[in-house]
Design a protein around this ligand. Structure first.
Ligand SMILES: Cc1cc2nc3c(=O)[nH]c(=O)nc-3n(C[C@H](O)[C@H](O)[C@H](O)COP(=O)(O)OP(=O)(O)OC[C@H]3O[C@@H](n4cnc5c(N)ncnc54)[C@H](O)[C@@H]3O)c2cc1C
Length: 410
């Protein structure tokens, strides 16, 4: 197997890396732990697969943290969203752009599976040999050369290795994150896996509100209930049995877990984002204009009906109280609920439930044009195994496709 390229991981990055290397004339063997390719791709975007995001490379890159954007620049320019869509179109998978810029395959049953099939067809047609149900169990070698891989008792040697084993969330999809530990053992600089884009469990969840969404405001993270602002994300929050989910919760989850580990994290939701003084003034104006309006009716304009009465009960405010009868403390409580609905302390954010895992191979140790691990002659890293984690919206798959393409280009 002297001139062979082995790609480990048949997900988004590995499929593209294998196809690209084979189409440039390499003999490619693709190893995948699962019984079939692209298992995580198949469940992505709720089974619809938000493959990428609309816009020029500069806008795509701006969605990532600055160091990640700098790292991704060459690969996104070489193989960006237009290239992904073009490739899929040639394989019969048409795409469309949603109003929010997210790009999906045309709506039809199994649209995520169609994306996997397209990449698998491309790879096989280019001559890639695929071995599924094959989990790599260890790496063999030391810098500057990886000599081989262990598949249990079996040893596989190759000229070049591309590692595309993904992150560490949703381990049931094959991504257990163990390869990062092996790379660390070989001296590669790595950052430990860290939860991201995950639901947030709360110390005091509200299971009775499961399924209720609060919309149009901002989820805020502070160091304690009266502490400094540590982060915020504008968007909806959905109550779950154990805590909160929804766009704002997912996007803020990484910062929440960091703050929690540093000792002080507290969450609230500002359905009205104006300062409390401004909302108080607006409530006084409303009281003069509409003195008989009930407290519950006013709050119900801003929060879902299902949560209004229980919240007022917690604050000891009678829901039928007319605005003109509100004591000062009750008015303050109403303003408080609208500007900072208390969600309280988070519990540990689960790595396993994240749409992506933060952490991975340190970007400073990887050449952003080739994905070659510095100090190694024959080892390339791509996809979520790298320390890249973008927001929801197609960015993570695009990063996997772009870095996979770069890793297979030699
Ligand atoms: C529920 C969910 C929904 C998502 N939706 C979206 C979305 O709509 N849009 C978006 O951009 N991103 C989405 N993501 C994120 C996106 O799916 C990932 O970032 C992307 O799949 C990463 O690609 P990858 O190739 O690096 O890893 P993966 O696609 O996870 O592929 C890695 C592969 O490596 C295999 N593997 C791991 N270890 C070994 C081993 N030791 N030996 C052999 N094989 C191994 C795994 O079985 C796996 O198939 C979603 C993620 C989840 C969990």
């Amino acid at each position: 197997m002297a001139d062979v390229v082995v790609v480990v991981g048949g997900g988004a990055a590995g499929l593209v890396a294998a196809w690209r290397a084979a189409s440039l004339g390499r003999r490619v063997l693709l190893l995948e732990a699962n019984g079939r390719l692209g298992v995580k791709l198949r469940i992505s975007g709720g089974g619809k697969c938000n493959i990428t995001h609309d816009g020029p490379p500069k806008a795509l890159l701006a969605a990532f943290a600055r160091d990640q954007a700098r790292f991704l620049r060459p690969s996104v320019h070489a193989f960006g969203n237009a290239a992904v869509m073009d490739l899929l179109r040639r394989e019969g998978v048409e795409t469309y752009v949603r109003e929010n810029g997210r790009i999906f395959p045309l709506d039809r049953p199994g649209s995520a599976a169609a994306v996997v099939e397209a990449f698998e067809t491309l790879a096989r047609r280019a001559g890639v040999t695929v071995r599924t149900s094959t989990r790599v169990t260890g790496l063999l070698g030391r810098a500057p050369r990886l000599e081989g891989l262990w598949l249990g008792e079996e040893r596989i040697e190759a000229e070049t290795f591309i590692l595309a084993t993904g992150g560490a969330s949703y381990p049931e999809t094959g991504t257990r994150g163990e390869v990062l530990g092996w790379l660390k053992g070989l001296g590669a600089p790595v950052k430990p896996w860290f939860p991201a884009l995950a639901p947030i469990p709360l110390q005091r969840p509200r299971p009775a509100w499961e399924g209720v969404a609060v919309r149009g405001g901002e989820l805020r993270l502070t160091a304690g209930s009266q502490g400094a602002r540590l982060g915020a994300f504008a968007g909806d929050v959905l109550f779950t049995k154990a805590g909160i989910s929804g766009p704002a919760a997912l996007e803020l989850s990484q910062a929440v877990e960091r703050a929690r580990r540093e000792g002080a994290a507290w969450l609230s939701y500002a359905v009205l984002r104006e300062p409390p003084e401004a909302v108080d003034a607006a409530l006084l104006t409303e009281t003069r204009a509409n003195p008989r309006l009930q407290a519950a009716t006013w709050l119900g304009r801003h929060l879902p009906e299902r949560v209004v009465e229980p919240l007022l009960a917690e604050e000891d405010v009678s829901p039928s109280l007319a605005l003109k009868e509100l004591p000062r403390a009750a008015r303050k409580a109403l303003v408080g609920l609208a500007t900072a609905l208390p969600l309280g302390e988070p519990q540990p954010v689960p790595l396993a439930r994240g749409e992506v895992a933060a952490g991975g191979v340190d970007l400073a140790a990887v050449d952003p044009r080739t994905m070659a691990l510095r100090g190694w002659e024959n080892l390339r890293i791509c996809g979520e195994l790298l320390d890249v984690d973008g927001p929801v919206g197609g960015y993570n798959l695009q990063a996997a496709f772009s870095t996979g393409y770069a890793a297979g280009s030699f």
